[in-house]
Design a protein around this ligand. Structure first.
Ligand code: DAH
Length: 341
């Protein structure tokens, strides 16, 4: 019997396979209920006493060897299949999802870039403003009827604090702290107490421009705006319509000639070909005096525009609410520069 066991031991040692079925068959053959191990064990009682020790040890050896062999081979195929899962070079990679800039940011950056080229620097101010910077210094004294042009969110406990209604407040902050010549661009959020609809929102974005120097003229303003519309829209025909803003005198509304080539052109210009894009004017002498700049020595111009409106023209997105809903399907469409993906 001892020879028989040795023969099996040799078989166990030699066995090798990477097939799960073969390994299972091997296990059943040696270690199964009716397997070799049990069969030999059943015959153990026939073994003469003087051989029992040797045969018992050999039997045990065979059992350990067969068990180890099965475990070892099973482990080998398990880890191999793990590896195959982890490093399957044939699998397509996961696409990296790139974010895209918000259309308002794209438009803002583009406008900043255009004005940077002609010497404008950035200046920003707080969204929570005081009465002086948002109204009074801009020639809008208390009880001035023009304050009604902008429905204001006041801070209840402090009547002097409010959410700025326009970025014109930054002009005042900058002029208070810098001497002319000045050339600044001030982008930012502004707030008005308006119902949210397709055309209006209680929060939106503006960019303010200001230029103060000696002998700045209305013609300089016009030429600068023409440069701007040409760079941004590729449209160089503009007109300045007389208007009223308390902080500028004279004041004007800027229209750009969009054209009437497509049906959309008809729609967005209401058949006129012209589109209003911003307000502007020569800085009122009162404003200069309010910030300690001598209006006899210096003059300047200012302009302000709404970014949602400019984005509407560039992307033809007419509902302002879309800009603020953070719907990924909407936001994903915009490339870093102009146009859709
Ligand atoms: N602050 C104005 C508004 O919110 C826009 C504006 C108009 C700004 C004329 C200016 C300007 O600087 O000169 O409607």
């Amino acid at each position: 019997m001892i020879d028989e066991i040795k023969k099996y031991l040799a078989e166990v040692e030699q066995f090798n396979s990477d097939s799960a079925e073969e390994i299972e068959a091997f296990r059943i053959k040696f270690l199964g209920k009716k397997g070799i191990q049990n069969e030999l064990f059943a015959r153990f009682k026939e073994v003469p006493n003087e051989q029992k020790k040797e045969v018992g040890q050999a039997l045990n050896q065979l059992k350990v060897a067969a068990t180890n062999k099965v475990n070892q081979l099973k482990e080998a195929i398990d880890s191999e299949s793990d590896n195959r899962d982890a490093i399957d070079y044939t699998r397509p990679g996961y696409a990296v999802e790139l974010g895209s800039r918000h259309p308002i940011s794209i438009v803002r950056n583009r406008i900043i870039e255009i004005f940077k080229r002609i010497g404008f620097v950035l200046s920003e101010g707080p969204e929570i403003e005081d009465d002086w910077h948002n109204f009074t210094a801009l020639n809008l004294p208390e009880y001035h009827p023009a304050r009604d042009m902008q429905d204001t969110f006041f801070i209840e406990k402090d009547p002097d604090r409010l959410l700025r209604t326009h970025t014109s407040s930054v002009q005042i902050r900058y002029m208070e702290n810098h001497k002319p010549p000045l050339r600044i661009l001030s982008p930012g959020r502004v707030y008005r107490n308006e119902a949210i609809s397709a055309r209006s929102h209680c929060m939106f974005h503006q960019i303010e421009g200001l230029y103060i120097d000696k002998e700045v003229s209305f013609a300089d303003l016009r030429r600068t705006l023409q440069y701007f519309t040409t760079e941004l829209f590729g449209k160089s025909k503009i007109r300045l319509r007389p208007s009223y803003f308390p902080f500028t005198e004279p004041s004007a509304e800027v229209d750009v000639y969009w054209g009437l080539e497509t049906e959309t052109d008809y729609k967005i210009t209401k058949g006129t070909g012209w589109l209003e894009i911003m307000g502007c004017g020569m800085v009122d002498p009162n404003v200069l005096t309010n910030v300690g700049i001598d209006p006899d020595e210096y003059s300047g111009y200012a302009f302000g525009m709404g970014l949602e409106r400019i984005a509407l023209l560039l992307y033809q997105i007419g509902d302002i609410r879309l800009y603020f809903e953070n719907d990924k399907r909407f936001l994903e469409q915009f490339e870093a520069e102009f146009g859709f993906k």
